[in-house]
Design a protein around this ligand. Structure first.
Ligand SMILES: [Zn+2]
Length: 191
């Protein structure tokens, strides 16, 4: 029986997921989720459509999970200018109350604060000028993380370095800082 080696392309949709089916390229089923989250299934030219459907249905849970994960990975990239602007807006609504709450407790005064997208730090404090910078990425995390970073930076106005005294102060003012640190370490800024 003569065999064609020119692949044939077709599409099928399962639960809203589009699957590109390439027939005639391979000897065995070959299922791939590509980096753009599209689904490609190569099948031998000899298989019947019903076999293709059965194969996809067998793997549908895996396909859905992998497509979702791939999409999440792609959307976890560096935020756009528009997103950063939105994050700044969110934080500018939350931060004044946090500074107002903790400045009297710590008996310090932050002279000025700003928000900025940063890759490698959640916040910074210029001890000399009393200016504090907060990472815009905190707009996407639970509020206790933002609160912990604000307390951390304000503590620097009292104690410059991360010594035991510093952490004792953190502990007395915001014990949840330990939980926040774990959360922050496992949810780094998008980049
Ligand atoms: Zn610090």
């Amino acid at each position: 029986m003569p065999r064609s080696y020119t692949p044939k392309y077709s599409h099928k949709t399962f639960d809203g997921i589009d699957v590109l089916i390439v027939s005639g390229e391979v000897k065995k089923f070959n299922l791939r989720i590509r980096p753009d989250a599209s689904v490609r299934l190569s099948v031998p030219s000899s298989v019947r459509p019903a076999q293709v459907d059965a194969f996809i249905l067998d793997h549908l849970d895996w396909i859905k999970n992998t497509v979702l994960k791939t999409k999440q990975k792609t959307s976890a990239n560096k935020p756009s200018k528009e997103e950063i602007a939105r994050d700044k807006e969110i934080l500018s609504r939350l931060l004044p109350a946090l500074f107002a709450k903790y400045e009297p407790i710590l008996k310090v005064q932050c002279t000025d604060w700003r928000t900025r997208y940063m890759i490698s730090r959640w916040g910074s404090c210029n001890v000399g000028s009393g200016k504090i910078t907060i990472n815009t990425e905190l707009a996407h995390l639970p509020k206790f993380c933002l609160e912990s970073v604000v307390v951390h930076e304000l503590c620097h106005l009292r104690i410059r370095s991360h010594n035991s005294e510093f952490y004792a102060l953190m502990e007395s003012v915001y014990p949840k800082w330990r939980e926040a640190r774990i959360y922050l370490n496992t949810h780094p800024p998008r980049r």
